[in-house]
Design a protein around this ligand. Structure first.
Ligand code: THU
Length: 130
């Protein structure tokens, strides 16, 4: 699985986002330690706090499929037709951290359609863990 293929998977699943309240479409694609790909999109709800993020969906799919480690996660978010910078929200940084290590890469699309790669420590320094 190349980065380009993973980024395409994030972009593709972004089109499935259910986001009538925010209009902000997000797709996430994970490659796990078995080289398997798992995708998720945001799914909103009329009771707003019940909505879930794309990263949460992709993580749930990974765990359900038997994966345990995030090697790389790509996130693409933005309006219906155009992506913009969308680094994972605070809650999702902690969710990703649960299944990440020092080699995990988080790839995010920016306003100019370029991609930037972060480590877990870039996004969640001095993180909480048990
Ligand atoms: N969202 C995600 O799916 N992932 C993030 O990391 C940031 C935010 C979703 C949640 C909500 O459906 C919409 O984007 C606007 O916040």
């Amino acid at each position: 699985m190349t980065d380009e293929e993973l980024l395409d998977a994030a972009r593709d699943v972004r089109e499935k986002a259910y986001c009538p309240y925010s209009g902000f479409h997000v797709g996430a694609a994970i490659v796990d330690e078995n080289d398997q790909v798992h995708v998720g999109c945001n799914v909103e709800n009329a009771a707003y706090p019940q909505g879930s993020c794309a990263e949460a969906g992709a993580i749930a799919a990974m765990i359900a499929a038997g994966g345990t480690r995030i090697v790389t996660i790509a996130v693409a978010g933005g309006g219906e037709n155009k992506t913009r910078a969308c680094t994972p929200c605070g809650g999702c940084r902690q969710r990703i951290h649960e299944f990440a290590d020092e080699n995990t890469r988080i790839i995010v699309k920016d306003d100019d359609e370029d991609w930037h790669t972060f480590t877990m420590d870039d996004l969640l320094p001095s993180s909480f863990h048990l």
